[in-house]
Design a protein around this ligand. Structure first.
Ligand code: ZN
Length: 394
């Protein structure tokens, strides 16, 4: 471990994580916590600016180093959280950061997702502000991750594209990854299937009716299940039928039933390949049953995301693997998990090498949300190692 990583102190990491948890910031109400961040940076002489699409939902960009001297690395963390909907189920106040008796866990809303990790990023900015960086280090402290990203990371990417913020060469995402390397994410594509029956009086159900709900039920069961395919950086793809509607009245055989499919795709799969597989399944039903008829709409909401990956030979992947090895003594595994998308996809979409590396925690979005304190210390050390490697600090 190098001397910068050795300087990481547990108490300082816990302090900033706790300070962030103590300022409530459900999505839409991020202003106060961002003002806290600006004040925290000002007290420490860290250059920072508000970058806001909506003044009520600002982002803070923190900078150290010099972009003319080498690459620019960004650490991206969000400070919006889901609201507290089950206060009675919490053993501690959600906005009263509390350490467990043995000091291993920190509890509070956002402890795991992901105020503590964003705190690690701010801590790392302050740690490295006096390091002889050959390049620039920034933190993108963002709003609006839990809802859309439109006021948060997507807006920062727009500002980068417009030349109003520096374009990063590398990006670190701090969402929970159990201290594993997350160099890829599943893509998302939706499908809407309309099963076409023939409406009739119930009394004629066996004669002239074709019950679209009954036909759709067979289709749903045919589609639901494990997809036997695996990517070593991510794991398996996912298919799930998540909404269904059909029928107009108690005494009418339904002529139409519509269901939607959420399909999470891995590298090597595409919207087209997923579409072809779904059609093959449904066409097989139609071959068995001439009364099974359907139409399918691909990506009906227009917000499909491709599977995205930063290659293993990227300098960023190499640096974080080497950094993790020097801190923990072990090769970090890839994050093969049933995990959803992060804001990392927006950086990858812009062609920026991006890796997720964050702590382990529990009960994100639920009661008694907590983060592993030791993981935060390791994360800070690995970040310091990775950044100093990429920015040429001996
Ligand atoms: Zn998150």
């Amino acid at each position: 471990m190098n001397s910068w990583a050795e300087r990481v102190e547990r108490d300082g990491v816990v302090a900033i994580a706790s300070d962030l948890i103590a300022v409530p910031s459900p999505s839409g109400e991020e202003r106060a916590v961002m003002e806290f961040v600006a004040g925290w940076c000002a007290e420490r002489g860290l250059a920072h600016q508000f970058v806001a699409k909506d003044p009520a939902r600002p982002n803070v960009v923190v900078s150290v180093g010099d972009g003319d001297a080498g690459p620019t690395i960004v650490m991206n963390g969000h400070l919006d959280t889901v609201p507290v909907s089950d206060a009675a189920a919490w053993r501690t106040g959600p906005y009263e950061p509390t350490l467990s008796d043995d000091g291993t866990k920190l509890y509070g809303r956002g402890a795991s997702d992901m105020k503590s990790s964003t705190g690690v990023m701010l801590y790392t900015m302050n740690l490295l502000k006096d390091a002889p960086l050959r390049g620039r280090l920034q933190a993108h402290v963002v709003s609006d991750e839990e809802l859309s990203g439109n006021f948060g990371t997507i807006f920062l990417m727009d500002e980068i594209a417009a030349g109003r913020l520096p374009r990063p060469d590398y990006c670190l995402i701090g969402e929970k990854s159990d201290l594993k390397v997350r160099n890829a994410e599943r893509g998302i594509v939706g499908f809407e299937v309309t099963v076409l029956g023939r409406a009739s009086h119930t009394a004629a159900a066996r004669v002239s009716g074709i019950n679209a709900i009954a036909k759709a039920a067979r289709a749903v069961l045919a589609l639901e299940g494990d997809i036997d395919r695996f990517h070593p950086a991510i794991g398996k793809p996912v298919i799930s039928v998540n909404t269904i509607r059909g029928g107009v009245a108690h005494n009418v055989v339904p002529g139409e039933c519509v269901f939607t499919i959420d399909r999470r795709i891995i590298p090597g799969e595409t919207t087209e390949s997923a579409h072809a597989e779904i059609r093959a399944t449904l066409d097989a039903l139609a071959t068995e049953d001439p009364d099974f008829r359907y139409e399918i709409a691909v990506d009906p909401t227009g917000d499909a995301i491709p599977a995205n990956i930063t290659p293993e030979d990227s300098p960023l992947v190499q640096a974080i693997q080497a950094g993790a090895r020097s801190v923990t003594g072990e090769d970090p595994p890839y994050f093969v998990a049933w995990a959803g998308a992060t804001d990392g996809r927006f950086y990858r979409r812009a062609g920026i090498d991006t890796v997720g590396y964050g702590p382990g925690g529990e009960h994100a979005h639920g009661a008694n949300e907590a983060v592993n304190v030791a993981d935060l210390v390791t994360q800070a050390r690995v970040y310091a190692e990775t950044i100093t490697r990429l920015l040429g600090v001996a």
